[in-house]
Design a protein around this ligand. Structure first.
Ligand SMILES: O=P(O)(O)OC[C@H]1O[C@H](OP(=O)(O)OP(=O)(O)O)[C@H](O)[C@@H]1O
Length: 226
């Protein structure tokens, strides 16, 4: 623990931001949405960047023009930059996710062959988890990361890293919002002959136990009461 504290002291607090990448309230979120829009990002990209729904982005951008009368959409903005900024913190979080995945896979006596990181935000955690589990690391580029998404376009496994065919896979991402990316990765891996066995994420905003028959493990699961 002393070693941990020594390492942790090296992590620099963000100036002017309270240490969480600068988004503390709705006004910060609005400002960030406007900034991303002026950098050329479209609604879906801003939504992914802020880990909120498209509807919320539309609301934030309208509100920035002081035009809004509608109440805010029911949504939760996820900012995990206090973890993502530090390899040390990512490492400890990846250990927790490994523990949760192993607990799930023990029930079916399944070994992990490959940890598949979903680009971009799933990559650092997946890489650290693969190291810890003694498994290969593979990288999945989702459809929505493509410049122009046409019907029939598929996501891809990067050839620079591990392959997945015939292997037990654990899929790692940062956040599940609608679950469409997770669904896509599972379906795509199955088409490639892989066996998706578990999904590990930091935050599951959908509150799902399973997606396409694959168990979901999350550090934090959001469950709406309304
Ligand atoms: O459950 P969903 O509604 O599909 O949304 C979740 C996905 O959206 C974000 O990915 P994005 O493609 O924006 O890439 P990023 O990792 O670079 O943020 C996030 O990292 C998940 O992969």
């Amino acid at each position: 623990m002393k070693k941990c504290r020594e390492k942790c002291r090296k992590i620099q607090p963000d100036k002017n931001s309270g240490g969480n990448g600068g988004m503390k309230n709705i006004e910060d979120l609005i400002q960030k949405a406007v900034e991303l829009q002026s950098n050329g990002l479209v609604t879906g990209q801003i939504a992914d960047e802020l880990n909120v729904s498209r509807e919320t982005v539309t609301w934030l951008l309208t509100r920035s023009k002081k035009e809004v009368t509608a109440p805010a959409p029911k949504d939760i903005s996820v900012n995990w930059s206090s973890i993502g900024k530090s390899a040390t913190r990512l490492h400890y979080i990846s250990l927790a996710l490994c523990d949760m995945v192993l607990e799930t896979l023990e029930k079916t006596n399944t070994e992990v062959d490959v940890v598949v990181g979903v680009a971009a935000s799933g990559i650092p955690l997946a890489s650290m988890m693969a190291n810890e589990l003694g498994a290969d690391f593979a990288l999945y580029h989702s459809r929505k990361g493509q410049d122009v998404v046409q019907p029939g376009h598929k996501g891809t496994i990067s050839r620079n890293f591990g392959s997945v065919a015939g292997k037990n896979c654990v899929i790692v991402d940062d956040v599940i919002t609608t679950g469409s990316t997770t669904m896509e990765v599972i379906e795509q891996l199955r088409e490639m002959g892989a066996k998706p066995r578990a999904v590990a994420v930091l935050v599951d905003k959908k509150g799902a136990d399973m997606i396409a028959n694959v168990p979901i493990q999350s550090l934090v699961r959001i469950v709406r009461l309304d």
